[in-house]
Design a protein around this ligand. Structure first.
Ligand code: AHR
Length: 516
C-alpha cells in the first residue's frame, strides 16, 4: 500500500495521535434492523446568484461560445445529471431577500438590472430567472426549492410568484406566464418563506419573524393540485432560542423549519486556506463538521418537546466548508478550492445526517457550482473540474432512498485542538430498493492507514467491491490544468474471510462498497 504522510511538519501541531503500527476498527452492521429510509433530499443542493454559481457556472446563455444546452453549460449540466440531484434551492441565500422575481421574467434582453449588494456589488442582469431555473430543474429531474423574499419583498409579491409558477387558471399571473412562453404551470413543492431572517434576511427577532411568517404563508396558495410545502427561515448553528420561538409561535403552520451550519474553524475573519492547512486545522475541521450532530440533536430535542407527533420537519438547507477565497479572486464571490479534507467533511456529515432522518428530511450543501464547498468549478475559458466533494456525493448516491442499517462502531478517537472528540472512522450502511447492501467507510486519520473489520449480525459476507476516493497528498486538488488528480479508483483493499470483511484504508480516504 502507498505510504502517505501529512505535509508540512513545520506547521504540525499539538494534537496527539496514537502511535501504533496499524490502527484498527470494528463495524457491526445490524442488517435486519433497518427501519428508516434515508430521504434522497438529504443530498439536496443549493444555488445562489453569488459569484459565478449561476452566470458562468450553471448558465452561459444560448449565444455563448461555451457549449450549452438552451443556455445551460453543457458540461456542468451533464455532470449534474450524473449526480442525481434530488432538489435544488434557489435564488439564495442572502440574495433571495433582495430578489424581485418580476425582474427575471420576459425577454431576457429587456429585463431589469440591479446591483447584487450582497455579493461583490456586481451588476445582475436577471437573464437567469424563474423560467430558466424551473426549466433547469425539470431537465435535471429534481424538485425546485424556491426561497421567497420576505426581507424586502411584499406579501403580494410572494403570493403572485406562487400564482405565476403554479396556477393553471385564467388569472393575470398565469396568463403572464403563458405570454412568456410557458403554458402549463410548473410543479413547485418547496417554498422557503425568507432566508436567515435573523441576519441578511431582515435582522428580525424570532417573535417578529414568526408573525411575518404566518402572514406571508397565509397568502401562498395551493393552486390546482400543486401542494406547497412551506419552510420557515430557521436558526443559525447554536441559536436554539430561534427554533423554540418558531416552534411555539408558528407550530404546524410550517411544514419545516430550516437550520444553517457551516464548518468554519478559525472565525469569520480568517477562515483559513482551502488548500494550505496543517494537521491541527485538518482535525479541527473534522471536529467542527462532526459537531453538527450535537447541534442537530439539540434542535430536534426542542422540536420533539413542542411537536411530539413530528409534524414539522427539519431542513439543514445550508451546510459545508467555508474557507478564505482563492487568492486573487473577488472576495464577494466565495470561490474556494476543494481537497480530500472537504470530501471527508461531506462523507462524515452525510453519515451524521443519515442518523437523524426521523426529523431531518432535507439538507442542501452550499453550493452547487463555484461557491463554497462546490460540486463543480468552472472558468470562463470553458474549463470545468469535478471536485473531491462531487465524488463523495456520487459515491454516496447509493444511499439515496435506501433503508438505513444501524451499525456499531469501535474505533480510535482523538481530541482536536478545540477539545472535541473525533472518531477516526465514520460509516453508513444501507439497503436499496433492490435489496443491495452498500457500505461507506471513511478514514479521517491524517497520517495512519487503518484496518476496518466489518461483520453483519447474520449475513455471512461473501464479497465486497467498489471504489475508493483518496489522494497522494491531503492538499491535492483538481485544477483546470490537472482536473483528474483526485478521483475514485477501483478499491483493492477488501479481504473476505469466514464471512467477515477486512478493509485496509489509507489515511484520508473513503470507500463505498457493494457487500454481498
Ligand atoms: O451560502 C452563502 C451565504 O451563507 C448565504 O447567502 C446565506 O444564507 C449564508 O449566510
Amino acid at each position: 500500500m502507498r505510504v502517505k504522510s501529512f505535509w508540512g511538519c513545520a506547521l504540525a501541531l499539538s494534537m496527539t495521535l496514537p502511535v501504533s503500527a496499524q490502527m484498527s476498527a470494528e463495524i457491526t452492521v445490524h442488517e435486519n434492523d433497518g427501519k428508516q429510509i434515508i430521504p434522497k433530499e438529504i443530498y439536496g443542493q443549493f444555488s445562489e446568484h453569488l459569484g459565478t454559481c449561476i452566470y458562468g457556472g450553471l448558465w452561459v446563455g444560448k449565444d455563448s461560445s461555451i457549449p450549452n444546452i438552451e443556455g445551460y453549460r453543457a458540461d456542468v449540466f451533464n455532470a449534474l445529471k450524473d449526480l442525481k440531484i434530488p432538489v435544488l434551492r434557489w435564488p439564495g441565500g442572502c440574495f433571495a431577500d433582495e430578489y424581485h422575481w418580476m425582474d427575471g421574467i420576459g425577454p431576457q434582453d429587456q429585463r431589469a438590472y440591479m446591483v447584487n449588494n450582497n455579493w461583490g456589488g456586481v451588476t445582475e442582469d436577471n437573464s437567469f430567472g424563474t423560467h430558466e431555473f424551473l426549466n433547469l430543474c425539470e431537465m435535471l429531474g429534481c424538485e425546485p426549492y424556491i426561497s421567497g423574499n420576505v426581507g424586502s419583498g411584499t406579501v403580494e409579491e410572494l403570493a403572485k410568484w406562487v400564482e405565476y409558477m403554479t396556477s393553471d387558471s385564467h388569472s393575470t399571473m398565469a396568463d403572464l406566464r403563458r405570454k412568456n412562453g410557458r403554458d402549463k404551470p410548473w410543479k413547485v413543492k418547496y417554498l422557503g418563506v425568507g432566508n436567515e431572517s435573523w441576519g441578511c434576511g431582515g435582522s428580525m427577532y424570532p417573535e417578529y419573524y414568526s408573525d411575518l411568517y404566518r402572514r406571508y404563508a397565509t397568502y401562498c396558495r395551493n393552486f390546482g393540485d400543486n401542494r406547497l410545502y412551506k419552510v420557515a427561515s430557521g436558526a443559525s448553528d447554536y441559536d436554539y432560542n430561534w427554533t423554540r420561538v418558531l416552534m411555539n409561535k408558528v407550530g404546524t403552520n410550517m411544514n419545516a423549519i430550516s437550520l444553517h451550519y457551516y464548518s468554519v474553524i478559525n472565525g469569520w475573519d480568517q477562515k483559513g486556506s482551502s488548500t494550505q492547512f496543517n494537521e491541527n486545522e485538518f482535525m479541527r475541521t473534522m471536529g467542527k463538521c462532526l459537531e453538527v450532530e450535537d447541534v442537530l440533536k439539540k434542535h430536534i430535542a426542542i422540536m420533539d418537546e413542542i411537536d411530539p407527533a413530528g409534524r414539522v420537519d427539519l431542513f439543514l438547507d445550508e451546510w459545508g466548508t467555508w474557507w478564505d477565497v482563492e487568492p486573487g479572486t473577488n472576495p464577494g464571490f466565495l470561490f474556494q478550492q476543494n481537497t480530500m479534507r472537504d470530501a471527508l467533511v461531506a462523507s462524515l456529515s452525510l453519515d451524521v445526517f443519515h442518523k437523524y432522518t426521523r426529523r431531518l428530511k432535507m439538507c442542501n450543501i452550499a453550493q452547487i457550482v463555484n461557491v463554497l464547498q462546490s460540486m463543480i468549478l468552472t472558468n470562463p475559458e470553458g474549463g470545468m473540474v469535478l471536485t473531491p466533494t462531487y465524488y463523495t456525493f456520487k459515491m454516496y448516491n447509493v444511499h439515496q432512498d435506501a433503508t438505513y442499517l444501524p451499525s456499531d462502531l469501535k474505533c480510535t478517537h482523538v481530541k482536536d485542538a478545540a477539545g472535541r472528540d473525533v472518531p477516526l472512522i465514520s460509516t453508513t450502511a444501507s439497503r436499496d430498493a433492490n435489496g443491495v447492501l452498500h457500505l461507506s467507510v471513511s478514514n479521517c486519520s491524517p497520517n495512519e492507514s487503518q484496518v476496518v473489520n466489518v461483520a453483519m449480525d447474520q449475513l455471512k459476507i461473501k464479497s465486497a467491491s467498489g471504489e475508493i476516493l483518496t489522494s497522494q497528498h491531503v492538499y491535492d486538488i483538481n485544477s483546470f490544468d490537472q482536473p483528474n488528480v483526485v478521483k475514485p479508483a477501483k478499491y483493492t483493499g477488501a479481504k473476505v474471510k469466514d464471512g467477515k470483511l477486512s478493509l485496509t484504508l489509507p489515511p484520508y480516504s473513503m470507500v463505498t462498497l457493494e457487500v454481498k
